[in-house]
Design a protein around this ligand. Sequence first.
Ligand code: KG4
Ligand code: ZN
Length: 340
Amino acid sequence: MYVLGIETSCDDTGLAIYNAEKGILSNVLHSQIATHQNYGGVVPELAARDHIKYIVPLLDQALQQADLAKKDLHAIAYTAGPGLIGPLLTGACFAKSLAFALNIPAIAVHHLEAHLLAAQLNFKQLIFPFLALLVSGGHTQLIVAHSLGKYEIIGETLDDAVGEAFDKTAKLMGLSYPGGPLLANLADYALTEELPYIAAFPRPMVEKANLNFSFSGLKTHAMHVWNNSKKDNACKIAIAKAFQLAVVDVFVIKCKRALLQTGYTKLVIAGGVGANKALRRALTRLMQELSGEIYFPQTTYCTDNGAMVAYTGYMYLQNGQYDTKYNIEVKPRWPFPHRV
Ligand code: KG4
Ligand code: ZN
């Protein structure tokens, strides 16, 4: 069975083809960074237009790489939400029309659930239940994944998502969009010069006994430190290091608390910020200390991609859980499917 996955929720057009026996056969992506860079953030209308421009050539490329024709596809999975309405509609219209023409199912996929399941693409042995840390541009959540479609949110950010805090801190220091990976690169920068002294950044919410997060204060703290600094490259590096260290520490403390409270011994990292090397190292150490297991998707499956959508669609197809209608509907504010 071959499932095509289409991701267009924001600024990446991602298409991939999944097969249960062979895994991911092709995974192609067009990133719109160049389109939005001049504006310092995603312009929804431009994003939708870019998806339209690239989706057909990417489909041809995905089929060619997998050595398949359209008629070989058994289902088309597409991101139906949450995300930007224009970009979501582009993907949904394309997926439903193609599925209708091929007389195969079109399966609506929840973007965050796709992120959460991405690690299973690399680790077949990763079975439910597990604890997941979902860290992306729009979300920061600690989730108990009971089974397919049954998720319990046990902690989340009360304000900014961690990816957003990374991006905004990067932007205020003049790094280009999206600044998260650039800020992380600065933080990982090997020291060849002496850095200015900067007091450790606060670790927000760690004193609170709950599993929630808050990152907007950290971003504001970074802004004050930056504005009171010499604003040179050494200051940038020092702030990036202090910021990343604080974020990583918060996740280590809260993940440890969540694991001890729930008794789970498997931790799964999902979402774009899951590509962060310092976070990966620190959480790996934590799981060694707790004698548990940690699972990260490969970095290309951490940030937005079609592979996770194809895989999630396949899981629902296999369970017989999908809508057979071809009406076009997207859910820009689709709450995470959960059970408490
Ligand atoms: O999951 P994703 O690709 O898109 C959303 O669904 O939001 O996540 C994008 C976010 C952005 O905020 C980006 O700056 C951040 O992930 N990000 C990183 C790194 N790579 C991507 N943040 C910190 N360190 C990284 N290496
Ligand atoms: Zn995402």
